[in-house]
Write a protein that binds this ligand. Sequence first.
Ligand code: FNR
Length: 189
Amino acid sequence: MSVKILAFAGSARKGSYTKQLAKVAADAAQEAGAVVTLIDFADYPLPLFDEDLERAGTPENATKLKTLFLDHDALLIVTPEYNSSLPPLLKNVIDWVSRQAAGESPLAAYQGKTATIFAASPGALGGLRVLVHLRSILSNIGVTVLPGQFALAAAHEELDDGKLKNPKNQQRVAALAAELVRVSGQLKE
Ligand code: FNR
């Protein structure tokens, strides 16, 4: 059975570089044989996590996102870097999805998942520093984050109409996506 990958960017912005890179990587994962669901957080607006809000009732979009996480084997994540770390949008989704429902094991949406992480930024480091934080957070909640990662520097120049201009970058992204498909497929067996 094909491996199922949930792909998303940590930005809801129209024209977002990380959304464009997520599409490139998602297409590559699909070409490598996975069933890929590419989602846009703009379609799942959520309030900032607050336990009082949660007590009053989990927002429908948090439930929808958690169901998507539970329904996939692996995660393909492309994140922006905000002040050397995660954008609040991505951390907020991670937090809402992490919450335990009655009868569920803790961190059920994350445990046993495999992930590959990417970043993109107009800056010279491509968001390399956020990947350190994202890797740490995901590892702590039970996700196996594959060692290979990619940070796209000068994203405003490198992305042209949703495609990577530099063939070396395209090859690197495709290789990482294929590795995610391969490893998560093996872990699923
Ligand atoms: C940024 N940006 C940024 N870039 C970077 O390489 N390192 C950083 O630490 C930061 N910090 C930062 C903080 C805040 C609050 C904002 C709004 C932006 C710039 C960021 O990379 C740029 O806005 C990207 O275009 C965001 O990604 P999307 O929305 O294009 O996917």
